[in-house]
Design a protein around this ligand. Structure first.
Ligand code: PAF
Length: 291
């Protein structure tokens, strides 16, 4: 595995790889790698000739008072996990190289951010979209891999790629979970023992809501309220949101043919956790017809 810090050096290497007609699969991350990231790498290896991973904790996507300074960092461990997973190129730029001066141009996400994490983290998705745009310019991948735990991020990035006619396919990959259902996240290590014990209740509550949604027996508002109570009775954390929207449009007006996302976010003392379940329209229709 070759390691790069400089964007220019990396672009030069990638251009020569591309000139050999090899395809490039790209996994952008903020490091502190876990099995979820490694699944993205696995998928990228299946579908491309060369796989590159980036590790960069992007200051632009953290608001004032958020956990930028405390965000877990473990670059040496990340390098070794990436190498073991068969990554070809490892990109770990410094903040000075990514943002040598105040940006003259940045991406403002115009839709899909007035709900879920976008609502509670204003400017977050502008920061995500801007860094992903920069990374895509540096790497120029054929395909890029994102986990569906950050489903709103997937929707935002897909829209950006469409809006700017970017020649990259966005591959959304399933959430990877611990045996007790907790979605893998770099922030999980910031949970206390008791919080770690409680945390899977978020997923259990979402499962309960998804079951009600697929039976179409209650309104989304009722189901959101029921899931909210379920979480608040089992987790001593501040609930940021529990919401039900169409996916990927992230709209509150849901038609029969829409896929639905049931998503939740909770703030434990030192970690904000998010999770979601996608309920495809097909499942709701089949249940309704008793199939
Ligand atoms: O999902 C993440 O880890 C980050 O939001 C990303 C896509 C690497 C951008 O910083």
């Amino acid at each position: 595995m070759k390691t790069f810090i400089s964007p220019i050096e990396l672009t030069k290497t990638l251009l020569s790889i591309k000139s050999e007609k090899k395809t490039i699969g790209f996994v952008p991350t903020m490091g502190s790698l876990h099995e979820g990231h490694l699944e993205l790498v696995k998928k990228a290896k299946q579908q491309n000739d060369v796989v590159i991973i980036s590790v960069f904790v992007n200051p632009l996507q953290f608001g004032a008072g958020e956990d930028y300074n405390e965000y877990p960092r473990s670059i040496e461990r990340d390098r070794s996990l990436a190498e073991q997973a068969g990554v070809d190129l490892f990109f770990e730029p410094t903040e000075d190289l990514m943002y040598p001066e105040k940006l003259n141009t940045s991406i403002v996400v115009e839709s899909g951010t007035n709900v879920l994490c976008g609502k509670s983290r204003p400017g977050h998705f502008d920061g995500v979209a801007t860094v992903v745009m920069k990374l895509f310019q540096i790497v120029q991948p054929d395909r890029s891999y994102f986990g569906l735990k950050d489903a709103q991020q997937v929707a935002v990035i897909k829209n950006m790629v469409k809006d700017f006619h970017m020649p990259v396919s966005i591959v959304a990959c399933d959430i990877v979970r611990e045996a007790d259902g907790l979605a893998l996240s770099s922030r999980n290590i910031r949970l206390s023992e008791n919080e770690r014990y409680q945390a899977p209740a978020l997923y259990k509550a979402l499962q309960y809501g998804a079951e009600l949604l697929s039976k179409s027996c209650r309104s989304p508002e009722d189901i959101s309220r029921m899931v909210y109570s379920h979480v608040s009775e089992r987790i001593e954390a501040k609930i940021d949101y529990i919401d039900i929207l169409s996916f990927p449009a992230l709209s509150r007006s849901i038609n029969e043919e829409d896929d639905i996302i049931l998503a939740g976010a909770v703030h434990f003392k030192k970690a904000r956790l998010i999770d979601n379940i996608l309920v495809p329209a097909e499942i709701r229709q089949k249940r309704k017809l008793g199939i």
